[in-house]
Design a protein around this ligand. Sequence first.
Ligand code: ZN
Length: 498
Amino acid sequence: MTNSKVYAELTDWVKRVHLLGTVAELMGWDEQVNLPPGAADQRAAQQAALAGATHAAASDPRLGAWLAALEADGALTPDQRAVVKVARRDYDRATKLPPDFVREKAAQSSRGYHAWARAKAHNDFASYAPVLAQNLEFAKREARYLGWEGREYDYMIDKHDPGMSAGVIAKLFAELKRDLVPLVRAIGASPVKPRGDALQGLPVEGQRTFLREVTERLGFDYQCGRIDVSLHPFCTGTGADVRMTTRFKEHEPLDSLFSSIHETGHGLYEQGLAKEHLGTALGIHAGMAVHESQSRLWENQVARSRGFWRCFEPRLREVFPAQTAKVSSDELYLAINTVAPTLIRVDADEVTYNLHIILRFELEQRLFSGQLAVTDLPAAWKAAAQELLGLTPPNDREGVLQDVHWSDGAFGYFPSYCLGNMMAAQLWYRALALRPTLEEDFARGDFRWLLGWLRENIHLQGRRYDMLELTRRVTGEDLSPKHLIRYLRERYGVLYRV
Ligand code: ZN
């Protein structure tokens, strides 16, 4: 077989494995949106059967032979090399973990979730500590099987954000922390206080209409996607079938709206991938942090801007005339941009959110290096929360037990959120430099330039480049927290007069 034929075989196969993955995603979406309660066991069996078929396809020995042939070929184009590199990474993950380990890990993951849920309900970290310690051991073993001995935490980070490492993140976060902690303190001490009651009691039907109009205007293609209701908002699917979810709360309409815009950012990325390459490195996202950069750019830089609200405020007042009658434009805008430290990450505003992530990253680093024992986590968490947020959790439920991630062994995931914020701000200033009238576009309800620019520079790039390289290529400089700090100072410094 000639190598061009081998390359065609490889890409066909990779796309097929990816297709199986999209079926699993669709079943996962259905499970959270539609599944009748009595069907849970049947769905678990369906998912297990599909996972078996997917793993068999992903570890097919022919893939190994094709990869070896292509890796020895010096004449591949840069695009082909990118496809081969990502396929190799996936193939190694599918073949280098012993089947016994994979089985044990799946059982551990389910044990972990239940132990965490119980511990959280009873505020009982001690009962969860041994399971969490085992999760840590499983993560380290997985890293070693894949050749990351001695760099286990780097493996966990690279798993979510290819090319990223703990050392790079530590440097970025240290710089961010230096400037962010004083900014949060200054905002906290500001006499400017948002009205907590500015938007309450908004009927769900109106919220549904409004957020549909907003997300459609931003560019989400409802011919190739949908939005439904689930307990926790998420976005799944790719290409021509992207599924978003939201939830409605009459007294927290901003939560529904902004989480929908966040998921729309994820959805626009997936809808913008190169259709003909879906599944290969040329048609998949570049990692969790880049994904978050897209959701957060739309949620924060765009949807919290004055320009955006010049467009949508009149419509909001039209849909909710009674509820908005006693709220001035300035009060509305300040309520949308409320900043107040909280103990809970998922309730945090976009300024303090980053401190929640730095806290988790610093603890993960110490857990992996052995400097911190799992049993000492609750105390370490409390101390870090006091240092970073100026708040001490009164109990572990509002501290170390609040997030589900570690219960599933998903270490190294948290940094993606904050890296995404950094990248979003850096992309924002690059876009503004190229088109200084961006907010005037928004005020007219026109988001096409921004979406077009992201399509070309981020979405259609797929996974050709890792996050650091992609940032450099698009913005002309290395990823840096200085853009995020500048953005937060510009937006919140004015609002809170600090
Ligand atoms: Zn997200």
